[in-house]
Design a protein around this ligand. Structure first.
Ligand code: NAP
Length: 492
């Protein structure tokens, strides 16, 4: 099925409508916003098996994954709706007046209010959870923003079906026309027109470094710069410590063979870099990982472009000086299938070659063999910002390697101990974001209800009478939300 690309005129019309709708929607209560989000969740469910089938056809992802991802998307909508209503994300602060202070202290109250229309770029690797009705869209609606989604061309029909579900929910919930819009557009012009339109006030993106950085630059070069929350590449380093390897090198290798190849390696949290110090344990780990990888079948990748990029980037990495191939899946890949692959190199080769630091998006990982802990520390200092970093370590390992561990903490958004980085739980304490270049703003998460704050800004009300204050800040706290009143967190 083919869709018409939006012209510059189409985008201007959509943005004018989104701007108008925003001014109406921002006045909706938290409950109205939450009910709208729950209505979208219901419509997604009502799309039934047909939506799953279309998504499977477009993405090559298996049925179980598609069903699970839709359930996750529904959970996101419902749980962010609940968070929206609870209002904790508003960060309401009230400092009551002290008239007899010299000079007198006025009454000041602060909350977060919505930014304006948000442009969301659907991600190729999450057709539901990080696309049309995904995390960015849910967060923007919760914040009180209208949303314009640019469909990812790799799952345009899925995106269209989900967009229709959102539009139906909007109509049934009496939302203003223009609260949501869905556009198609191959090539970069559509994205550029959306990001640079004067009515766009923020952008959410998940995808490549090149794409995310370009959108970020356009957002910043505007006459009125806007925040572009781009989640981009990450190699998610895993550090293997000596005692842990001595105790369970083979088990760790088996665990990681599964994580590296999960979803044909097409996750932003895929462990693409594994680092240890030369030892018998590390050799056992490499040998076992190689044996496991050989047994795992190649899988069809999301689209031919991602497959091509995998083949090219893998070939580039494997051809670098000092890089050896440990293992490749024994079953020959069919059309557009990514073959699981493990490489290895010495610490010195890694330190001297930035090509080895780059993400190879797919079922690939490289094991770096450091000569000692000092070289491992040098490797950490050479790494760029990451979404996640993982330690495979015993308590003794942790006690003996404080400097390395502190250095790793400094470069990641999620710090994992004795687990795998794949699998991002949707909950309030999740941080899915990390220092540049893994994202463009490490202070914010794109998973969990704290992601709502990306699309809101603080405003202080000074000296306003109770009658005219927003409900969230009124003396009697009619919404029953948590607020910090005169420096104490309270619902009273
Ligand atoms: P992508 O190329 O970054 O594209 C994602 C979206 O952004 C598409 O809608 C694309 O529109 C738009 N876009 C990209 N570059 C743009 C630009 N310069 N100007 C305007 N719009 C732009 O990502 P992809 O298609 O999903 O996959 C390509 C590669 O991205 C993968 O091989 C992988 O390396 C990486 N990737 C990383 C992650 C991650 O989570 N880290 C996730 C997915 C993909 P157009 O289609 O119109 O260009």
């Amino acid at each position: 099925m083919s869709y018409t690309d939006a012209s510059a005129e189409d985008i201007d019309i959509v943005m004018q409508q989104a701007w108008k709708a925003f001014h109406s929607y921002r006045k909706c209560s938290l409950k109205q916003r939450a009910d709208f989000m729950r209505a979208i969740a219901k419509e997604l469910e009502a799309c039934g098996d047909e939506l799953i089938q279309v998504a499977m056809n477009e993405t090559n992802l298996p049925e179980a994954r598609m069903r699970g991802e839709r359930a996750r998307t529904i959970f996101q909508l419902n749980s962010y709706a609940e968070a929206c209503e609870k209002g904790t994300w508003l960060e309401a602060r009230i400092d009551t007046a002290i008239p007899d202070k010299v000079p007198p202290k006025p009454d000041i109250r602060k909350i977060l209010i919505p930014l304006g229309p948000v442009v969301v770029f659907g991600a190729s690797n999450f057709p539901f959870a990080y696309s049309t009705a995904g995390g960015d869209t849910a967060c923007a609606f919760a914040a009180g923003c209208s949303v314009i989604v640019k469909a990812h061309a790799a799952h345009a029909q899925t995106s269209e079906m989900v967009a229709n579900a959102i539009l139906k929910a909007a109509k049934d919930s009496n939302m203003p026309d223009g609260i949501f819009a869905h556009v198609h557009g191959a090539g970069n012009e559509t994205g550029k027109a959306l990001v640079t339109h004067p009515h766009t006030k923020a952008v959410g993106f998940t995808g490549s470094y090149l794409g995310g950085k370009q959108l970020f630059d356009w957002g910043n070069q505007r006459k009125e710069p806007i925040p572009v929350f781009a989640e981009m590449g990450s190699v998610n380093p895993v550090f293997l410590f000596p005692e842990k390897l001595k105790q369970s090198a083979a088990d760790v290798a088996k665990l990681y063979a599964g994580s590296i190849t999960l979803g044909v390696g097409q996750f932003c949290t895929n462990p693409g870099l594994i680092i240890g110090v030369e030892s018998e344990g590390l050799q056992t780990f490499i040998d076992t990982l190689g044996e496991e990888i050989k047994k795992i079948n190649p899988g069809t990748m999301l689209h031919s472009g991602i497959f091509k990029s995998y083949v090219e980037k893998r070939a580039t990495a494997l051809s670098q000086e000092g890089v050896d191939t440990v293992a490749v899946a024994e079953t020959a890949p069919q059309l557009n299938q990514g073959a699981p692959t493990i490489a290895t190199a010495k610490g010195e080769a890694f330190l001297n070659n930035p090509v080895l630091h780059q993400e190879v998006f797919g079922p690939y990982s490289i094991v770096i063999r450091c000569k000692d802990a000092t070289e491992m520390l040098a490797v950490v200092h050479n790494l760029e910002g990451q979404l996640t970093a993982t330690l495979m370590a015993t308590d003794n390992d942790i006690n003996y390697h404080e400097e390395i561990i502190e250095a790793v903490k400094n470069i990641c958004g999620r710090f994992i101990l004795n687990n795998v980085p794949t699998g991002v739980e949707v909950c309030l304490s999740m941080h899915h974001g990390g220092p540049f270049p893994s994202t463009t703003d490490s202070r914010f998460t794109s998973v969990g209800a704290d992601g709502i704050k990306r699309f809101a800004r603080p405003i202080s009300f000074q000296n306003w009478s109770n009658e005219f204050l927003p409900a969230e800040l009124k003396n009697e706290n009619p919404l029953g939300i948590w607020r910090t009143v005169d420096n104490e967190l309270t619902k009273s």
